[in-house]
Design a protein around this ligand. Structure first.
Ligand SMILES: Cc1cc2nc3c(=O)[nH]c(=O)nc-3n(C[C@H](O)[C@H](O)[C@H](O)COP(=O)(O)OP(=O)(O)OC[C@H]3O[C@@H](n4cnc5c(N)ncnc54)[C@H](O)[C@@H]3O)c2cc1C
Length: 455
């Protein structure tokens, strides 16, 4: 029996749990890191279908609930070295003239109130930090490993079938395979595609030189700020913020989905994209004029997934709770899922794994029901919260919009205490979303679960 040594020097035998993770996205990699940071570390194989993990994408947020986990992983500095930065303020603007409706301070305040920072970063750089870390702590990450099936067993280990004919045996299978998850179909025993939200996104990045070339003083001012700028308008909104030490900038334009059912992405026309924002703040239109392509992304979600686990298989991230991106929480919830799974499996292993495979599978099934119970409600609240944010952001001009703007203007600058009809301004909602320590809660719930199992 081979042994390996953990970071803390404790030796372990490789008879411990073997965790196979399908998908090397942000959620799968966070789970791999959590499993390898366990003491003793779990054996981890990540299977990624693409031949190369392309660090593509645009900007993404790491809100305090995800940043807390990544800080515990020791990754905060690495994320900053990779161009991640603390966002200064969250600025909401009126669509037609850019007038500031409210400015919510994030820098420092997030750490004081929720114990962790709010970071913005290029999605590719983020994934790269996680990939490097997963490999550095000993996860095996296989590329060109397209999983086409999983043979579930109650009295043996699970078998993953790969497109190229390889078979991989593991105690535990984590489906971190994203929006179109095959693992989800295996868990449910039927297809369960995500549903249309009615919105689509155009996403683009610019170089600083491109935007400087506009020679517009108001644009120049935005370029120096480390703020997230959001323009709110009828049926649509726009989000703009810097990346990579202000050498690049990220723009997301949200509009009504006009893609045919079943089409996820499509090349739109620049004219049509710009027409969506006609009559909006002139500087937003100047920025839009710098875009060279108009790729449309249909935004999908589901409000609820009945079942997240089956036997020794569990889902995480977009496989189980895709959401509109309006609370900046899609990847953050995937990071929470991954960290929680790592912690649960670590504690399960420490409590003593039954040597009988059937008994081991039965206990893992129960453990994953605990995981589902820990995650389902929280992620459903997030999906619903993003839908609520869409309503609030996209109000047509009229009495409801006027009441919204008045409420925003009345929010106490810097303090953000008390109730608000909008999640984003509501202190209690924000505390539960950003300030709740999911890992501390998991520790407690595991101990209760173990007590019940031992009775
Ligand atoms: C416009 C927009 C803006 C967003 N902004 C934010 C934001 O600010 N903050 C935030 O937290 N989230 C944001 N999100 C959401 C975020 O990008 C996703 O929620 C997150 O990336 C999901 O991570 P994941 O690991 O679950 O899945 P994915 O990143 O989709 O990874 C799944 C991986 O599995 C692989 N895979 C799939 N099938 C197989 C198979 N059969 N075998 C092997 N490998 C397989 C895929 O190749 C992929 O690498 C945004 C999303 C959109 C659309």
């Amino acid at each position: 029996m081979a042994t390996e040594r953990s970071e803390t020097g404790k030796s372990s035998n490789t008879n411990g749990l073997h965790v196979a993770i399908i998908g090397a996205g942000i959620g799968g990699l966070a789970c791999a890191i959590a499993c390898r940071r366990a003491n003793p570390p779990l054996q981890v194989t990540v299977l990624e279908r693409t031949p190369e993990i392309l660090t593509i994408g645009a900007g993404i947020h790491i809100p305090p609930n995800a940043c807390r986990v990544l800080t515990r992983f020791g990754l905060l500095e690495k994320l900053k070295q990779a161009g991640g930065y603390q966002v200064q303020d969250f600025t909401l603007r009126r669509y037609e003239n850019g007038q500031v409706l409210v400015e919510k301070p994030l820098k420092d305040r997030m750490e004081t109130e929720y114990g962790a920072q709010w970071i913005a970063i290029h999605r590719g750089d983020y994934q790269n930090v996680l990939l490097k870390e997963a490999r550095a702590v000993g996860a095996v990450v296989l590329t060109s490993a397209d999983v086409t099936g999983v043979n579930l067993a109650s009295d043996r280990a699970q078998t993953l079938l790969l497109k190229d004919g390889r078979r991989i045996s593991a105690d535990v299978v984590i489906g971190a395979d994203g929006l179109w998850s095959l693992t989800r179909e295996i868990v449910l025993g039927r297809p369960f595609p995500p549903t249309e939200t009615g919105d689509l996104a155009y996403r683009g990045t610019f170089t600083r030189a491109q935007l400087k070339g506009l020679k517009n003083e108001r644009v120049d001012k935005l370029l120096e700020q480390s703020n997230i700028q959001v323009w709110l308008g009828p049926g649509r909104h726009a989000v703009f913020y810097p990346l990579r030490n202000h050498t690049e900038y990220n723009l997301v334009l949200i509009a009504a989905d006009d893609l045919p059912t079943g089409v996820r992405t499509s090349q739109g026309s620049l004219e049509e994209m710009a027409a969506n924002f006609e009559g909006w703040d002139p500087i937003l239109n100047e920025i839009i004029s710098c875009l060279k392509t108009a790729l449309k992304w249909k935004l999908l979600h589901f409000k609820e997934l009945d079942q997240w686990t089956k036997g020794a298989v569990a889902l995480l991230g977009d496989a189980s709770h895709p959401t509109l991106p309006y609370q900046g929480q899609g990847a953050a919830m995937a990071v929470e899922d991954g960290a929680i799974l790592g912690l649960l499996l670590e504690k399960f292993q420490s409590a003593g794994i039954p040597s009988n495979q059937a008994e081991k599978n039965e206990k893992l099934e129960s453990l994953f029901r605990l995981y589902e119970g820990l995650r389902k409600k929280r992620t459903e609240v997030n999906v619903a919260g993003a839908v609520h944010t869409r309503h609030y952001y996209h109000l047509a001009d009229g009495p409801e919009q006027e009441a919204r703007d008045e409420e925003l203007a009345g929010l106490p600058g810097g303090r953000w205490k008390g109730l608000c009809s909008f999640n984003w301004g509501d202190a209690e909602y924000q505390q539960s979303l950003l300030g709740f320590d999911v890992l501390a809660d998991t520790e407690k719930r595991f101990d209760e679960w173990l007590g019940d199992m031992q009775e």
